[in-house]
Write a protein that binds this ligand. Structure first.
Ligand SMILES: Cc1cc2nc3c(=O)[nH]c(=O)nc-3n(C[C@H](O)[C@H](O)[C@H](O)COP(=O)(O)O)c2cc1C
Length: 418
């Protein structure tokens, strides 16, 4: 069976769903290589477009040349943060709006031959955003990603109240809508309670957004080196003192929140969704698609593994679709949300919480290790016993809490739906 990986998103045709997200992975100098190895498109890096990073100036050309045939690990370490790349650059947003620069970055990005989404961030002055978006349109951006959720530099986006203040964001999106004809995608952040994520998505669409992308990076502390007491990500401030901070976390650590946010958005608006957050392999991409996304942006994993990872993404996706009989991306988009209504249940008390299921041990897989006993004793009233190297479940005692299934290292517990 032949499968079609192409996607039409806001009227733009992408050869498959995988785009580079607004990050160093989408730098102007990187894009020709990104096109060569097969990415379907790119969202320009905010810092490069709006700040003091000269295109071609501060950077060496990309050195990564991963040989063919290198197998990328499916599930990398759980916590990544790439915030430190920004610390080094001492970025400052250009003010007034750098229209020439926006045009330059977009024109250069377009030379790669890839469809280009211009990621735009501005100051408190909505006019700044409008000018930048118009410049991006003039320069040939295929879609404009308005980014009120930009979280890194003080003095722009989220720090000024955009994305914390719904009215400001509404005014921003409608002001841009009035001035440009290209599709507008609004990049949201999942750092909101679920009801808010839905409200924000609705307001942006009412104000004229043609698509929503979610999620931007999330605040977090990735860890502490307990030998030294220093935070994992340490920097030196202008007084020469070592410091840490609540920074932005990206990569697989934020995937569950990204998945939730896509489901929440999908449940309230009828525009295409571009998913972002912790996509490292085809599997996580399909998870996002089934919850409602039709394009998938990749940042951290492309940086960590190199651009060639896209080959694994597309090959894996194609093989999955062939195996499952999906002919096109649209066949998968939103299937989970339609059937299970994931994005609604959290905040809808009218749903029954009953769990009409039976937990069952798969005898061929159980090795009687007893890993399921502690959670069952604590949460499940001791329904599980292990005798003669085999777990059994007393269905009268079983609370259907699911924990045995989640902890079993052998995958030897399944759910049978009544
Ligand atoms: C080093 C780095 C820089 C980033 N810079 C920006 C930025 O300038 N603007 C923006 O909207 N998002 C930025 N992001 C966030 C990504 O676009 C993306 O939303 C986030 O990293 C989650 O995707 P990921 O888990 O695939 O990295 C950056 C991410 C990384 C890792």
């Amino acid at each position: 069976m032949s499968v079609d990986l192409s996607v039409e998103f806001c009227g733009v045709k992408f050869k498959h769903p995988f785009l580079l997200s607004s990050s160093p992975a989408a730098r102007v100098e990187v894009l020709p290589e990104a096109a060569r190895v097969g990415w379907a498109g790119a969202v320009t890096w905010t810092a490069e477009i709006m700040c003091d990073v000269e295109p071609g100036g501060d950077y060496a050309l990309p050195q990564y040349r991963i040989p063919h045939g290198v197998k990328f690990i499916d599930r990398p370490p759980a916590f990544w943060s790439f915030q430190s790349t920004h610390n080094k650059q001492g970025l400052k947003v250009n003010d007034p709006c750098p229209e020439d620069r926006v045009e330059l970055v977009i024109r250069k990005s377009k030379e790669s031959g890839l469809p280009v989404i211009a990621n735009i961030v501005g100051t408190r002055d909505i006019d700044y955003w409008v000018k930048a978006c118009k410049a991006a349109e003039r320069a040939g951006a295929d879609i404009v990603e308005v980014n009120p959720s930009y979280a890194i530099l003080p003095g722009v986006g989220m720090h000024l109240g955009f994305h914390r203040n719904l009215d400001m964001t509404r005014s921003l999106v409608s002001a841009v809508r009035k001035e440009i004809t290209k599709p507008i995608m609004v990049k949201l952040n999942a750092f909101l309670i679920p009801q808010e994520v839905r409200e924000w998505a609705k307001v942006c669409v009412e104000a004229g957004a043609d698509a929503i992308s979610i999620t931007n990076s999330l605040p977090g502390v990735i860890g502490v080196d307990v030998e030294t007491g220093a935070p994992v990500s340490t920097f030196v401030d202008i007084n020469g003192k070592k410091r840490g901070m609540v920074e932005i976390v990206t990569g697989p650590a934020i995937r569950p929140i990204g998945l939730a946010s896509v489901a929440l958005v999908d449940s309230v608006v009828d525009v295409p969704i571009s998913a972002i957050g912790g996509v490292t392999d085809w599997y996580s991409a399909v998870e996002y698609m089934m919850l409602g996304a039709s394009t998938i942006q990749v940042g951290s994993a492309a940086i960590a593994y190199g651009l060639r990872m896209v080959k694994d993404l597309t090959r894996g996706l194609e093989q999955f679709m062939e195996r499952k009989g999906y002919r096109s991306i649209n066949d998968m988009v939103g299937v989970t949300n339609r059937e299970y209504r994931v994005g609604e249940v959290y905040s809808n008390p009218g749903y029954s919480r009953s769990q009409p299921r039976t937990m069952k041990v798969i005898e061929e897989l159980c090795n009687g290790c007893g890993r399921c006993l502690p959670p069952c004793e604590i949460s499940g009233r001791g329904a599980i016993k292990v005798t003669d190297g085999m777990a059994t479940i007393d269905q009268k005692l079983c609370q259907k809490c699911n924990l045995c299934m989640l902890v079993c290292p052998e995958g030897a517990v399944e759910t049978i739906w009544d």
